[in-house]
Design a protein around this ligand. Sequence first.
Ligand code: CTP
Ligand code: MG
Length: 578
Amino acid sequence: MAAPMAQVGHMMCSKTLRCFRRFSSGKGVKRKIQKSSSKVQRPIDEIIQNITSPRPVSFQQMYHLRRQEAHRSILVQIPSKKHISSVYNQVKPLGKVMNIFHFSHIRDYALIELESRAAVQRVLRSASHFSNDEKIPVESRVLLLTGGFESVGKQTIPLPVQSDPKEKFEISDCYNATGLSHQIEILYHRNHLTDLGCRLRFFVCSKLEDMLSGLFPHCAVLPFGSTVNGFGKHDCDLDMTLSLLQSEHQVGKNPNLKFMTKKRTDNERGFTQRSLQTVADIIEQFVPLCLGVHRILNARVPIIKFRNDACNIECDLSFSHISGHRMSEVLWVLSELDPRVAPLVFCVRHWARVNEVNRKHPGPWVSNFMLTALVVFFLQSHPQPVIPKLRTLYHPVNPHDDFSAPFMSDYTKVPKTKNTDDLGELLKGFFAFYSSFDFQSRGMSVIEGTTFSKPDFSPVYLENPLDVNLNVCKNINIPEFERLKKAFETALWNLETNGEKKQRAWGLMSILLPNGNGNNGKLHVHVGDLFSQRSESGNQDGNQDGNVDDHQVDNQGGNQDGNQDNVSDMRTKAEPSH
Ligand code: CTP
Ligand code: MG
């Protein structure tokens, strides 16, 4: 699966540009914004509300749009929300402001999208440095508003200041819902990655790209995973890859003049490790707001971990590994094909976290990614499939291409499903399906949407569509599998027996209580207990994750290159090739 470093950039950019040119030239499909059949507003619908261009019809278009938007944006720390008018005043003479977002994390920030990169450059040229020798004179698109406050509160801004809704999902939100499907929609609506969350993640990537572009003008820092695959949660991490040269820039205009460079002295892995070490030093030393840099370089896929403090985002940076990007494309297309896919995935992931069959850190249990794959397979195996098998979506240019090649240029051409089950029925169907699935002898293929005789003794076998010799669920061990299987059965039982809206925990509430209620999986709670349960379960979950994470980070910090645990962690976390 090793891919040349430049390939990801190429995959994203040349194809993106081709699609986008076709799109913006008016020859592409121009759809009216479709009203989703679900009442839930999906992240993509939020994007559309904020842009005037038509809805992206491919992953590449969406990706291109997001990257452009990020490169046209600046982040400004402000004393308080009411100072947004002052920032607006500073920026307005230098370029048209397209969008303004406000958010707070410890401090207040404005994310401002300008009309063009040229306008951004004008703003940066107008900014000044601190006259303080201790301050490193780095220039980036992260600024601090230190004056010009005379217009505070006086100036009216001719466009709305957007921000994220404050409320996050509370289990008590479910109580007054109209049914199980409505409960699932609420959970999804409150938890999914918002437009602002997505913009901030792309912004973090583009800022890093800027910082490295002095040495590597055509480098690309590209997000993958939950930031872009349609299944991102509001607090999801940011997985990204760095490629030093996007391949469309490999061939210059003049073949007779070449850049003189140095030769790599070590093998590709050694080069990756040393380069990441250098990048980690740069981030640590020079990149504003990026803190807590940890180098995990001896893992199978070496990565750097750090935190963007302003945006409150945990970041993982690796060198180009193309399969993560391909997989993101596959998942994004599936999430776009039907509005029920993402809410169902969210619900199953949330259920798994609360019931502790999944944890935030990697281990021998089912991961978010595996749960997504299990939901996909279930939706394909339904008597009336909700999403098609991947084989029908894939039109290889070259018959020898495998599923690791990009496969969709316009997902809107895929015929709509005839399945009309609501989300509640699908959720029960999911638990029923896996409660009786023959894990012992059957493996699952999302390429064909069918099972096959299991080739090894892994408790759960789900073929990796990007490399059919690998099992996506390889890391699940037998005890964790047994817990998962039992949890499927318990959830089904609870949904079947507590499905009606009564004066007690009903529907989704019946499966979102953490384990250990002392009833052998059978739920008997009072509504009062349920409402106080959030803080307990929040703590329980949060503390546990927090502690384990801290512990991990300590280990990583103590042993710079990561210890054995970290190596196996990374196998689960960053290496898609199981
Ligand atoms: N990935 C993969 N195969 C795996 C594990 C991961 O292809 N066995 C790819 C997927 O594209 C996945 C991405 O790597 O989306 C990032 O993995 P991870 O961070 O574990 O999952 P996310 O989908 O980002 O979900 P989360 O919100 O839990 O971070
Ligand atoms: Mg992730």
